[in-house]
Write a protein that binds this ligand. Structure first.
Ligand SMILES: Cc1ncc(COP(=O)(O)O)c(C=O)c1O
Length: 505
């Protein structure tokens, strides 16, 4: 080897690492950013919920790949001027669209700490993994799952549902499915859910190789809960036709109206028929923390697996999806794949028999557990449960306001925290679609829409812990104002709605 090759490459100039050259400067900049984000949350009511994005702002995000360095302060100004003002708005108490959590300052700070540690939670022996294991234990405790249950953070419930379908598939076909694929035996497997279930269940069946036709979408009753008698009949009919039912997916909080299936009846049926019982509890499962709602979830403790999102009712900042599986062995058999470079040791950094990469498709994984751990420890389950109860009380208040207003019509029973309603008038689907867009563009509130029996409904999902009665009043006032304007053919002008001060929780 030549002398030249043995010489270590010189790397003494600070400019050659990506760390700051001036720590005092970055500290001042960092404190400014932190203060700004605290103000962003503290002053949230001073801003519109959402605002349309001007073309000039959108165009800024079509710049070429930057090759040269740019001052952090300048980049940050682009954030304050062109990114922060045009976010989704779910931090705002007037946001009621889809099912979006509001996040908390505690979660935000924890996310910063997690980024500082830059931990990779695919595996190895470090305390961040113990933090995730602790949240797994706590989730197990919440749902009364046994010690052998396994759990893992994922992006969201869409991913958790897909993984549950895969665990159910391995349980039905054995581990050989991982080498040989579904084969003739797999082609006979059928799964069941309700017509009100989230579309990601259909997608999961498609991605898992069964095809969406192998999912039977069973009719619901008037409360949007799965018709258990119809489900039983379909299972029996499919067996008689030579098919192999293997999985039932119950909903704990349907996406349209928040209906909770009769989970106890579903668990009994699954036990009797030897089927995997999975619960899509994307947002409803955390209702278990509310003493008022927990009884509605009776039977969830018998599930084989539960998918849920801490980023919805749990108020953890995005993303913090979660899957818990009663039988951890089944879970590991589905995903564990030995590799020389992932060898486990009895000591050293590679210690530990079971790593999260054995429980899902991801190897590199961020520290989602930390913001969830901080949220659970800082607020405690009682306070989080009280927030959940309160969102349902606000939904009842919204329901009462709708029922008291002849110009409005309630479109579905209010099971939890989702209220579907509309402004009465001719061509109501178009009218209400326009009203929702008008309200979103006004910045007063942000409801979304859904279709119920072909009728377009204004859908308000109250998930955010900051939402108060004044936000419900502002929504109602805006619907009535825009409804009247649209009905009279006037679709222009600014609408302002006065919000009374919020009441403390
Ligand atoms: C009932 C239900 N299931 C699944 C999902 C999908 O969850 P995620 O958006 O976290 O993937 C949602 C989202 O709102 C939902 O409400």
């Amino acid at each position: 080897m030549t002398q030249q090759l043995l010489a270590a490459p010189s790397r003494s100039k600070a400019s050659e690492t990506l760390d700051p050259q001036n720590w005092d400067e970055i500290r001042a900049q960092a404190h400014r950013m932190l203060d700004d984000m605290l103000d962003y949350t503290a002053d949230v009511r001073d801003r519109p919920v959402w605002r349309p994005i001007p073309d000039a702002v959108r165009a800024r995000f079509h710049e070429k790949l930057p090759q040269q360095a740019c001052d952090l302060g300048d980049v940050y100004r682009q954030f304050t001027d062109f990114i922060a003002p045009y976010a989704t708005g779910n931090v705002h108490p007037g946001f009621m669209g889809w099912v979006h959590g509001g996040g908390t300052v505690v979660g935000m700070l924890a996310e910063m700490l997690a980024a500082g540690l830059n931990a990779n939670l695919g595996g190895r022996d470090h305390i961040p993994l113990e933090v995730e294991r602790q949240v797994v234990d706590w989730t197990r405790e919440m749902f009364g799952f046994p010690v052998g249950a396994s759990g893992i953070f994922v992006t969201g419930t869409s991913m958790a549902n897909l993984m549950a379908v895969l665990v159910a598939r391995t349980t039905a076909l054995g581990q050989k499915v991982r080498q040989r694929g579904l084969g003739d035996e797999g082609a006979r497997l059928t799964a069941y859910t309700s017509m009100a279930a989230h579309g990601c269940i259909t997608k999961a069946m498609d991605i898992a190789g069964f095809g969406s036709d192998a999912l039977r979408c069973i009719a619901t009753d008037r409360s949007h809960r799965i018709d258990v008698a119809a489900l039983r009949e379909r299972i029996v009919a499919d067996r008689a036709a030579g098919l192999e039912p293997f999985l039932v997916v119950g909903s704990a909080g349907t996406v349209d109206i928040g209906a909770i299936d009769d989970l106890r009846a579903l668990s009994s049926l699954c036990r009797e028929q030897a089927l995997w019982f999975h619960v899509d509890g994307a947002y409803g499962a955390l209702g278990i923390l509310s003493p008022a709602l927990a009884p509605l979830l009776a039977g969830i403790e018998n599930a084989d697996s539960i998918a849920l999102d801490f980023h919805k009712w749990g108020q953890v900042p995005y993303d913090a999806g979660f899957l818990i599986v009663r039988n951890g062995d089944r879970h590991r058999e589905t995903f564990a794949a030995p590799a020389a470079y992932l060898r486990r040791e009895t000591r050293g950094l590679a210690a530990g028999a079971s790593w999260p990469c054995d429980l899902g498709p991801d190897l590199s994984r961020g520290f989602r557990a930390l913001k969830t751990w901080f949220t659970l420890k800082t607020f405690g389950t009682e306070r989080l449960g009280a927030v959940i109860t309160r969102t349902c009380e606000l939904a009842s208040y919204l329901q009462a306001r709708i029922l008291a207003e002849p110009r409005l019509e309630l479109m579905a029973p209010v099971a939890l925290n989702i209220v579907c309603f509309r402004y009465r008038g001719p061509d109501a689907n178009r009218l209400n679609g326009d009203i929702v867009i008008d309200i979103q563009e006004s910045g007063i509130a942000a409801p979304s829409t859904t279709l119920l029996d072909g009728q377009l409904a204004i859908r308000a999902a109250i998930v955010n812990h900051r939402t108060d009665a004044c936000d419900i009043d502002a929504l109602i006032a805006a619907v009535l104002e825009f409804g009247a304007r649209r009905s009279s053919g006037d679709d222009g002008g600014v609408v302002t709605v006065e919000r009374s001060p919020p009441l403390a929780l």
